[in-house]
Write a protein that binds this ligand. Structure first.
Ligand code: FUL
Length: 660
């Protein structure tokens, strides 16, 4: 089979012709190998681990870096034991501190009291455990900015030097990660000194089997070239080795994740966050299409770097959900672990990761349709299609070659030897020859008729959909729409098997901290301080050190103060009154980071940039008054937050906890 990671369209072609062409775009061997890994580990460790920040500023001193028992081999062991296939570690984050023996700068581990070359240890351990070695190298470099080198041309040379060192000194590299974040420059715009073509050229030459998460702005061609492409002349620039950022960091993906992406813009930039990216409508004006598979990167903690005060491990349910949003939605999961100040991944993260492993093992160990009979109706004839139950990805069932996008549909009837219980269905396309299915459904036979329980768009390499548990011996998979003859290479039915996990939401007991009476100097209403410049994390605000731009008093806790502006952070302080002793669920919702402290203790942590999201925590409180402090940062979104201190009580009049 010929590999074709891009295809060009001609101006007069109809939409149908374009879609048919797009159906034959295929992954490169490198992309296919990467997609088959399914599970990969991200790892954030560096200066920030020691100074309690999420973004350093490049002025850290080498003596801040003080691991006590740094052991990259433990990172790899954890990764291998959990069945993850490669590990991408932050060898340089935005602060510019290098965790390998680099000749490019003095700001590296080499000059610290703990001079271990992390890249060296990590890559050696990766070879030992047969785990891939990956590199996160931040283009944005605040240390070099302080030194006056970023963002001049000299910086690109320095960056190339760093990249070459990492590509040549440590054996095979599986994946490189070029973060688009840059607090000094508008997001989605290329920093002019970055010569990204040179970066990619080095990878192609020095590590030809590596894939890379491209730096966000990527140009398919120049302005002139774009005009030509629109006239049907020339080729877009595409190596077939890139992987696509899903567009958020919360472990969510779109309803439909298309590995084939129509090229409807000269540049890839903020389209990473379009909710309908890859939709048919973009083919109307596209000049071509490329294979650009999705990577879902998210954290096991509520933040990237470990922090003794603010980080907490996500619930197993959230991680399970992320699994379905990534591996179960035609993507690869890149899950971040955060070593602590010893330099090892702490037990609570390892424990949660292993719970996720147990969940995957127990749920997917047996395909409940493995011994079923599968028949498909084609041209009025029933045909055996049992091949879709084999585990071999290279075997598949293919519809007739004269498939018509508008007219043809196809149904597989799957008959089990007896009634079985299940609550999820898995479908797989033979993506080695393209991603084609655009609409499918799944129905179960109950009480003498088929009932549809899933209806969805794209399938891709693997699509797993969950529904209410059913018990039946007959199901139907229907392909309603496909850009060309569908090729189905896998089908499965599974039943969720969740290990007993510790209580998801632990009650935090603050009753001992109560201030029974409101102190004389307490005032009702809210005091605030506003600081310019949103931060990636609300935990980064240090109101006592930083200079505020505005301060004052408000009659109530009012997010309108922020006037929906982004790029602000704020501190609000005041008093809460608990009318009755009891347990209360506090819910803190926000766009971007928010944290609530009561009586000096961090209680609800909804930190990090994100779209509108609520986080809750159940607290035991005695009757009385509690001082609160709410930190908020608006980083990329439009400022908005809301605090509900008695979220289980819907009637505002009856709430037993009040913000004064
Ligand atoms: C973001 C960065 O700013 C975070 O610190 C983290 O490295 C994440 C993977 O990407 O854009």
């Amino acid at each position: 089979m010929q590999e074709r990671s891009k295809v060009m369209f001609l101006p007069g072609e109809t939409l149908k012709e374009r879609l048919k062409k797009a159906a034959h775009v295929t992954p490169s061997a490198e992309q296919m190998r990467w997609m088959d890994k399914e599970l990969t580990i991200f790892l954030h460790f560096g200066m920030n681990t020691f100074n309690g920040r999420q973004w350093g500023n490049g002025t850290e001193t080498l003596s801040d870096y003080t691991p006590t028992a740094l052991e990259p081999e433990q990172w790899v062991r954890v990764c291998a034991e959990a069945g993850f296939k490669h590990i991408i570690s932050t060898l340089k984050h935005h602060d510019g501190f290098c965790l390998w023996d680099t000749d490019s700068t003095d700001f590296s581990v080499k000059n610290t009291a703990y001079p271990m070359d992390v890249a060296q240890e990590l890559s050696a351990a990766c070879r030992k455990y047969d785990v891939g070695f990956g590199v996160y190298l931040s283009p944005w470099d605040m240390h070099q900015r302080e030194a006056g080198i970023w963002p001049t041309e000299r910086y690109n040379d320095l960056f190339l030097q760093q990249l070459e060192e990492l590509l040549t000194h440590y054996g095979p590299v599986e994946e490189l990660w070029f973060d688009g974040a840059c607090g000094d420059h508008p997001i989605w715009q290329k920093v002019p000194c970055y010569q990204t073509d040179q970066w990619y050229e080095r990878i192609h030459r020095l590590q030809p089997s590596a894939v890379y998460r491209m730096y966000d702005p990527y140009f398919f061609t120049d302005e002139e070239g774009w005009k030509q492409l629109q006239e049907g002349k020339g080729q877009i620039k595409w190596s077939g080795k890139a992987v696509r950022w899903v567009g958020n960091e919360e472990g969510r993906s779109r309803a439909d994740e298309w590995s084939v992406q129509p090229v409807s813009e000269r540049m890839i930039a903020q389209n990473a966050v379009w909710p309908d990216l890859g939709d048919i409508k973009y083919y109307e004006h596209a000049v071509g299409a490329v294979w650009y598979p999705v990577e879902v990167n998210t954290t096991i903690l509520n933040q990237w770097f470990w922090n003794p005060e603010t980080s907490k491990v996500k619930s197993l349910d959230r991680l399970i959900d992320t699994y379905y949003q990534s591996v179960g939605n035609n993507g690869v999961l890149l899950l971040n672990l955060s070593p602590d100040r010893t330099g090892r991944i702490p037990k609570d993260q390892v424990h949660r990761l292993m719970e996720l492993r147990q969940f995957m093992d127990a749920t997917f160990c047996r395909n409940l349709a493995e011994d079923a009979c599968v028949t498909v109706m084609q041209s009025g004839k029933a045909e055996d299609a049992g091949v879709i139950l084999t585990e071999d990805q290279d075997e598949f069932w293919e519809a007739r070659s004269d498939w018509d996008l508008e007219k043809d549909t196809i149904s597989f009837e799957i008959i089990l030897p007896e009634k079985r219980e299940f609550d999820q269905v898995m479908v797989r396309e033979h993506v080695q020859e393209g991603q084609r299915v655009a609409e499918w459904s799944f129905s179960v036979w109950e009480e003498g008729a088929y009932h549809e329980v899933v209806r969805k768009g794209a399938v891709g390499r693997k699509s797993i959909r969950r529904f209410q548990r059913v018990c039946t011996d007959k199901v139907l998979l229907t392909i309603h729409k496909s850009f060309d003859a569908p090729q189905i290479s896998g089908f499965g039915l599974y039943l969720t098997q969740k290990p007993e996990s510790e209580e998801q939401e632990q009650v935090m007991d603050l009753s001992a901290l109560v201030a029974a009476e409101l102190p004389d100097d307490a005032v009702t209403g809210v005091s605030y301080r506003l600081f310019r410049g949103g931060r990636q994390s609300a935990a980064q605000i240090d109101p006592d050190v930083e200079k505020h731009e505005e301060s004052g008093h408000l009659p109530r806790l009012d997010p309108e103060l922020l006037d929906r502006r982004s790029d602000y952070h704020a501190e609000f302080t005041g008093w809460l009154e608990v009318l009755e002793s009891g347990t209360y669920r506090f819910e803190l919702s926000s766009v971007d980071g928010a944290m609530l402290c009561l009586a000096g203790r961090l209680c609800v942590d909804n930190d990090e940039p994100h779209a509108w999201r609520g986080v809750s925590r159940t607290l035991r409180l005695d009757q009385g008054y509690y001082p609160y402090r709410l930190l908020y940062t608006s980083f990329r979104g439009e400022a908005a937050f809301a605090l509900d201190p008695d979220a289980d009580c819907a009637d505002p009049e009856k709430k037993r906890v009040r913000v004064l």
